[in-house]
Design a protein around this ligand. Structure first.
Ligand code: GNR
Ligand code: NI
Length: 174
């Protein structure tokens, strides 16, 4: 297993629409495991392939708390096939928008169809934090960040701060 560097916004690699995988083979399985290792180390509760520079429709999620037993999902080509009318708001964060958080409203329940690590077709019904997290990860596969779902004022403020932080870092490593 390997830990992969996580891309921080703004970056064009976070804005691409990712391609479906043809099948979950050994290469995709290794990517899923590397992404899980990267996510646990961060730490985070989800990670999408574009965040580690891979433009493929692969996500991993584990919302278990520290000390609880791990319960990872490995998903290829995840699709939202049904959402509830009911909405829920959560304070979201993103490893590609470090140290920025904002309330995002999304459907509170969703049905997700995907290929698992054995290339088997599966469907799960999810709710609560898990539903929020999976929708956040699927957004990444379409080049969408949580800041694209909040007010422009808040989005511009966050992006401005990230650009500033990148400039400061570039100067520091000169
Ligand atoms: O670690 C993460 N926490 C989180 C909190 C609320 C809603 C979504 C998330 S996902 C995020 C990790 C990440 O950036 N995944 O793409
Ligand atoms: Ni994210």
């Amino acid at each position: 297993m390997a830990r992969l560097p996580i891309i921080v916004a703004p970056d064009p690699r976070l804005k691409r629409k990712c391609a479906a995988v043809e099948a979950v083979d050994e290469t995709v399985r290794t990517l899923m495991d590397d992404m899980l290792e990267t996510m646990y180390a961060a730490p985070g509760i989800g990670l999408a392939a574009p965040q580690v520079g891979i433009a493929s429709r692969v996500i991993v999620v584990d919302i278990a708390r520290e000390g609880e037993e791990r319960s990872p999902y490995r998903m290829a080509n995840p699709e939202v096939v049904h959402v509830s009318e009911e909405l829920a708001s959560y304070e979201e964060g993103c490893l590609s928008l470090p140290e920025h958080y904002s309330e995002v409203t999304r459907p509170s329940e969703a049905t997700i169809r995907y290929l698992d690590e054995n290339n088997e077709r599966r469907e799960v019904e999810v709710e609560g934090m898990l539903a929020t997290c999976i929708q956040h990860e699927i957004d990444h596969l379409d080049g969408i960040l949580f800041v694209d779902r909040i007010s422009r004022l808040k989005r511009d403020m966050i992006i401005k701060k990230l650009v500033k932080a990148k400039r400061a870092e570039a100067r520091a490593s000169d």
